[in-house]
Design a protein. Sequence first.
Length: 290
Amino acid sequence: MVEFLQNVIAGLETGSLYALAALGLVLIYRTSDVINFAQGEMAMFSSFIAFTIFQQTMSYPVAFIGAILFAVFLGFLVERVFIRPASKANLVSKMIITLGLIMIFNGVASALFGIDMHPFRKALTMDNINIGEVIIQPNAIFIISITLVIMAILFYLIKNTLIGIAIRATAQNETTAKLMGVPVSKVYSLSWIIATVLGAIAGILIAPTTNVSTTMMGEVHLKSFIAAVLGGFGSFVGPVVGGFVIGVFDNLVGYYISLQWKTVIVYALLIIILIVKPTGLFGKVHRKKV
């Protein structure tokens, strides 16, 4: 039982980061109709910014805030420079643009920061907490807590504010949103900014585990995409649930069955669920009325 609880807590820690990144993917997809394959690389770049600031200041809060501000700028820049000019292009062309951004960010990061791996400190470096025989890391509690707080704030904004109404309206029907006076172009920019910030937070928080490198977000981005598919791209709640499910299931399979086969088994679970429910756990089939 102790081992089970340990793995569940560890799974919730990593799953919360998958959930953050997955929510960013879905937010961009619902508003801009683009799957941002470069989100992992954008998060990686922001993590390098956090590492660089930390080296200069030796202050984790300053490095964290500095990286978030950079992510705001980066999300706005990518949307304005690369995505908006291609707004009339088809879906495949937009996907190719984001695939091209992967190579751009990898190349620029390698040129600026090098290809070496750099250790990065945890947000909290306190002693572990013992509850019976279960050992809980304060940093794990911090990651899960900050993730839940961020998601609660984001869901509140989406559901109860004018900005959220604009986002939901754009996600529902872009043309109707324009006719109703919603500034769709601003919604696009805001969605990319929020998604980039979510990815950056996930990258910074997972950096102590993966180290800061040009390849640090590969697995995180892949599993966040799986979480989005599992939860359903048609829902804002689904990717969050999918992220936690993937994180916990991944850890339990790795501990009780096989570390070598855990990724294969997770993919098998995904395929089975999608066969049963092709739109994902929380996805809905949208039908047009005629």
